[in-house]
Design a protein around this ligand. Structure first.
Ligand code: TXA
Ligand code: MG
Length: 341
């Protein structure tokens, strides 16, 4: 065994022990870092909500290392779930299905469903395997704020209060696609609750290819997805999302000063980024033209720009921000924005 590998295994064992002792630890996944605890330790699960300052109405995703573990969390495992899991796992797709009785209400916020995913990061998979129990993990950021895509981001958010398993920078960079599914009379109904790197078109193609009788619901019912607030992922300084309007930076800043001052301090439980004094120094958020790279760098760019000299950020919608994973990136940016113009 090489020294590196041996060192890695000793480090991993430390996190296994912490989880088994009921601690909350930060873990790498391919999407964003998560704040993890064993699903069978209710005090540890409650600790996630405390550390994250997350309201109890927002359910947690349960992370598994095998299909068997996934099947053990749900009341029934439709053929469509098996097909999608085989097509996209390990990977950025969370399946929301009717939960098994033993899954604690704290994890699911009292819902009858549970979100399950197999993360595509070798350290996360090894950790879950060694613990032997699935891990509940929301993104490792304070509620409503930008998700972390490196160990350093997590450290900046929580200091030394949480042990961090460093798995490098996240490859995907934005949170998983959340897909609600329900089977009735042999037809699978599905609905995307949160967009991510796995698109509706990809899901449609896989289900069509497997000749599954299925139907995509057009509307998301709020009761199926209590965690979807208008504002989320917000950086340290206000972000202004500008679409379709020809405005100079100075005009945007002037308009933002007028409109942000009129906004409430808190919307749907999330504190809005509002300046203490009038905004005057904008910075432009520009992203790579390749959407996979744009997603990967999105949260790091929001953090970097927030720590510079600017007091607000401007993102301008461009014609090429269209289709595929751009839809998921724009969803995050619209929610991260204090104001859309
Ligand atoms: O990529 C990801 O999904 C990351 C990594 C760590 O796996 N996790 C993540 O967790 O983004 P979180 O808690 O920040 O966002 C999960 C969202 C919740 O806000 C909630 O809306 C939705 O998933 N969710 C979880 N369980 C659900 C359920 N039973 N029904 C509906 N929505 C659910
Ligand atoms: Mg989150």
């Amino acid at each position: 065994m090489t020294a590196d590998l041996e060192g890695g295994l000793i480090e991993l064992q430390k996190f296994v022990d912490l989880l088994n002792q009921g601690e909350v630890v930060a873990i790498p996944t391919e999407t964003v870092y998560g704040l993890a605890a064993r699903i069978d330790l209710p005090d540890a699960i409650r600790k996630i909500f405390q550390v994250k300052e997350r309201p109890f109405f927002d359910p947690l995703i349960v992370h598994v290392a095998s299909l068997d573990q996934a099947r053990g969390l749900v009341k029934s495992w439709p053929a469509g779930a098996e097909i999608l899991a085989k097509a996209f796992w390990p990977g950025p797709l969370t399946l929301v299905l009717a939960k098994a009785v033993h899954v604690e209400a704290t994890i699911t916020s009292g819902l009858e469903t549970v979100g399950v995913r197999m993360p595509g990061h070798p350290l996360a998979l090894q950790l879950i395997e060694k613990v032997g129990v699935p891990l509940a993990a929301p993104s490792a950021n304070k509620f409503g704020r930008t998700s972390p895509t490196s160990a350093d981001h997590v450290r900046k958010e929580f200091g030394d209060s949480v042990a961090i398993l460093d798995g490098g920078s996240c490859e995907v960079g934005i949170e998983s696609t959340v897909l609600w599914m329900s089977e009735a009379s042999g037809t699978l109904e599905w609905n995307i609750l949160r967009q991510g790197a796995v698109s509706a078109e990809q899901i449609q193609t896989v289900l069509d290819g497997a000749k599954i009788s299925h139907h995509a619901r057009a509307e998301v019912e709020k009761k199926h997805s209590p965690g979807h607030m208008k504002h989320h992922y917000m950086p340290e300084i206000p972000l202004i999302f500008v679409s379709g309007k020809k405005m100079s930076d100075a005009e945007i800043t002037r308009e933002a000063n007028i409109q942000i001052a009129r906004m409430p301090d808190v919307v749907e439980g999330v504190r809005i980024r509002k300046p203490c004094s009038p905004l005057s120094a904008p910075a432009s958020l520009t992203l790579n033209q390749d959407p996979a790279l744009a997603a990967r760098e999105l949260y790091a760019r929001l953090r970097e720009l927030s720590q510079g000299n600017a007091d607000h950020l401007i993102f301008r919608l461009e014609a090429f921000h269209k289709g595929g994973i751009w839809d998921a990136i724009l969803d995050r940016l619209r929610k991260a924005a204090s104001l859309s113009l």
